[in-house]
Write a protein that binds this ligand. Sequence first.
Ligand SMILES: C[S@@+](CC[C@H](N)C(=O)[O-])C[C@H]1O[C@@H](n2cnc3c(N)ncnc32)[C@H](O)[C@@H]1O
Length: 294
Amino acid sequence: MHLNPKDVALNALAGFGPVRDLLRRARDRRRPVDYDRVVDYSLHRLEVRRSFIGDERIRGATLVEIGSGPEVCVALLLLAVGARRLVNIEIDPYRFISDPALYRRLVERARADGLDISWPPAGLLVDETAGVARPDPERISLYLGRSAASIPEPDASADVSFSVAVLEHVGRGVMRSVAEELFRVTKPGGVGYHRIDLVDHYYRREDPFRFLRMGPLEYRLMYSNRGSSSNRYRLDDFERIFRAAGFSEVGFDDVRMHEDDERYAQSLANFHAEFRGRDREMLRALECMLVIKR
Ligand SMILES: C[S@@+](CC[C@H](N)C(=O)[O-])C[C@H]1O[C@@H](n2cnc3c(N)ncnc32)[C@H](O)[C@@H]1O
């Protein structure tokens, strides 16, 4: 693999924090938040989370979501299906959406879908006069601009941790701390479900393992600062890191494999030396659910 000048330039630009923040602010000004889209997506995200955690585990539980994104809609919906408390940790310094209109729409739509939720929903404090909503700290702790490498919650306080498409974005330098923090905040007997997207996010359909052809330096120069850059950890890396953090059980569910034998063999032949010598079947995974138990 050779350095592609366009990728190197885009990556260098993305690494310059103030430019990135400026571009983001300009984008946010141009595109006001579409509440209907947020609500639709939140209802979808709720169903995804219910499908892997299960309502029985959600009921009465303290749940920790890492990489939760900017708002608390999914947290409010999880409280409505029986969770006791939600902890959301998101590294991006997003601005919390305090407009009650968003949450009103969420409640209306969720009720129409049959959810037992009323206004104001549990977990949300609403000042109708000022027109401002905020999470109720008794039920939701929202940490924006905070890495899961340092979770401001007591030891053994969570029943379940979870994330969707987050662990592949955690920097290599901090993955160990994230695993250790998840271990620390999880109660003995508690579990974690972490869906991991293992493909090159820039070529997911046409060449899902393209990024495994690059050496560490090439990858760093072309992708390390960009929004969808990946740590390129494979299943065995995740297993090693989470076992070292102390989890007694570390396994994988719903592993989706590359199905085209011929194309996979071609990809494999061109993998960088760092990946080539490793278990061929393990490397074939496109997506998985990491399941950890303390
Ligand atoms: C691809 S997005 C997924 C967002 C959300 N989980 C969803 O399903 O829509 C990955 C998210 O993880 C966050 N993230 C990455 N590294 C993180 C870290 N160390 N701690 C907390 N959040 C992190 C990113 O800022 C981003 O919001």
